[in-house]
Design a protein around this ligand. Structure first.
Ligand SMILES: Nc1ncnc2c1ncn2[C@@H]1O[C@H](COP(=O)(O)OP(=O)(O)OP(=O)(O)O)[C@@H](O)[C@H]1O
Ligand SMILES: [Mg+2]
Length: 504
């Protein structure tokens, strides 16, 4: 049993078993959430964390086992609504949101305020905005409740999803990788909410791959591996290194970097007086074959706008992006930060998702298709994609494995330039290494890679060149041996600088 004996007011899972077809995602899991505490759930990609969360949320019925709340046992909640009315509120890994509705409507969606009585009651718009504003303030999010959701960044959408989960009183708040898409400040906001919820006497379960968050904020930590509890310990007395050990050594026999050809460092993409929404140009930079260029900067720094314009996925206001790839094989690939909105084709197989960018012209010819499939299988293995079958729909993969498949898509397509946004979001520490190695293989094969990395650690580790944006300007181009500390230093706005910007 984990988390100590189940108190009357605890939320407990007992012997939960859940399979998807032949995949046994949970093999008899016991977990107890105590009120007034923050508990972390960690584990490699595909270890069953989200499945467990879905069982708590009433989205999935366990095959066996029971969910206990207030001393009452049941074979799982029958629906999310039932879980919610029992006080269990969940934010899923890729939270569903209503693009065309306002932020406020998204927040109150479960129970929109009304005025008037009975059949004559109508939606109360003013109350909707007031309720939403209050909860946004609680989270510390500077978001206009009247804004259409589709105009929000992924980070802001995450905060809205959290607001939706706490708009009514909760007894247990469950967050599945809430900080994966967030920068440091927004992640801190999320944990401030967790602590406030805890102080109000509710229990919190946070799923995360960012292990420093666990030691900083949680009191207990449970590690899953292959659908079973692998460890359950006090988070306060654990170190990040110990937790890495719990998550990382789960897999063995990973591939080493394949033969690296000499890099020719020819310029493949260059920007000419690029200038756009979200940052001030002109920006003139060059991406070179055989090099990773990372673009660092806090949210709001302009780094994301720049990378999207550079990769041609957002319109630019002025200037030009010139592509000159000597080997002329394909052009650019792009893996955006939102897998769900601009990445996966959810109902297509993993294999189809991986070959789709390589399909051109006569690719329907069986022989070419067979070759592509074989290549995709090879790439899937190099990346360590965990799935029962590559013919299964990609939506059946865990979040981290979907991310690997998306990167694999462009390896299969053999593009010259790959753009990445937050390439390791939602990846466990081992998988992160797999992705770094995949990026290494790409530049080793003379491709150019540009990656937006909010995390300075990642920006420094991955980049041969590190471009740093601060407050809407490109402020530095650092060499690859720059330390994370150096990246952070130039990316942190200084007050005098800010004052200067406002005056102008
Ligand atoms: N809808 C589904 N159909 C079939 N198999 C599934 C489905 N959802 C998950 N699985 C499988 O169940 C296992 C557990 O997946 P789960 O999403 O719970 O992992 P996770 O620990 O949340 O991983 P991640 O850290 O990558 O989000 C994986 O093997 C996954 O492929
Ligand atoms: Mg998950």
């Amino acid at each position: 049993m984990t988390g100590g004996p189940a108190r009357e007011d605890a939320l407990a899972l007992r012997g939960i078993v859940k399979s998807y077809g032949s995949t046994r995602a949970l093999r008899g899991v016991d977990l107890t959430l105590q009120p007034g505490a923050i508990q972390a759930l960690i584990g490699p990609n595909g270890s069953g964390k989200s499945t467990l969360v879905k069982c708590l949320a009433g989205d999935l019925r366990p095959d066996r086992g029971e969910v206990l709340l207030g001393g009452v046992g049941r074979p799982g909640f029958a629906s999310p609504t039932q879980a919610r009315s029992a006080g269990v509120s969940v934010v899923h890994q890729d939270p569903e949101c209503f693009e065309e509705l306002s932020v406020a409507d998204n927040i109150v969606i479960a129970r929109p305020p009304r005025r008037g009585v009975g059949p004559w009651s109508v939606r109360d718009r003013a109350a909707t905005v007031a309720v939403a504003s209050r909860v946004l303030r609680r989270v510390g999010a500077d978001i206009d409740p009247r804004e259409r959701l589709r105009n929000l960044s992924l980070a802001d959408r995450t905060l809205v999803a959290i607001c939706r989960a706490i708009v009514e009183d909760v007894r247990f708040l469950v967050l599945d990788e809430p900080t994966a898409a967030l920068g440091r400040d927004d992640a801190e906001r999320v944990y401030r909410v967790c602590h406030a919820v805890r102080e109000a006497g509710a229990g919190v379960l946070v799923v995360t791959h960012r292990l420093h968050e666990v030691v900083t904020h949680a009191s207990r930590v449970t590690a899953l591996r292959d659908g079973a509890i692998h460890a359950d310990l006090s988070a306060e007395s654990s170190s990040v290194e110990e937790l890495v050990g719990l998550v990382a050594d789960a897999r063995s026999g990973r591939k080493e970097v394949v033969g690296v050809s000499p890099r020719d460092r020819a310029v493949v993409v260059s920007t000419h007086e690029l200038d756009g929404d979200g940052y001030e140009g002109p920006v003139d930079v060059q991406l070179r074959a055989g090099e990773v260029t990372t673009v660092a900067g806090l949210p709001g720094s302009g780094a994301n706008h720049f990378v999207r314009q550079l990769c041609g996925v957002a319109a630019r206001a002025r200037g030009e992006v010139r592509i000159s790839h000597p080997d002329a094989q394909g052009a650019m690939g792009f893996v955006g930060e939102s897998r769900r909105d601009e990445g996966v084709f959810p109902d297509m197989s993993v294999l189809d998702n991986m070959v789709i960018a390589a399909i051109d012209g006569p690719s329907w010819l069986p022989i070419r298709r067979r070759r592509l499939d074989a290549r995709a299988r090879q790439v899937a293995e190099q990346l360590g994609i965990v799935t029962a079958s590559l013919d299964a729909p990609i939506s059946s993969l865990s979040g981290g494995n979907q991310q690997k498949a998306l990167i694999g898509r462009w390896v299969v397509a053999d593009i010259s330039v790959l753009g990445l946004e937050e390439p390791t979001n939602g990846l466990d520490v081992g998988a992160r290494e797999d992705v770094y190695r995949a990026v290494g293989d790409l530049v080793g094969a003379n491709k150019a890679v540009v990656a937006r990395c909010t995390d300075e650690q990642e920006a420094a580790q991955l980049g041969d060149v590190i471009l740093v944006f601060t407050e809407g300007r490109l402020v530095a181009s650092l060499p690859g041996d720059a330390t994370p500390g150096a990246v952070l230093e130039v990316s942190t706005p200084i007050v005098t600088h800010r004052r200067g910007m406002n005056e102008s």
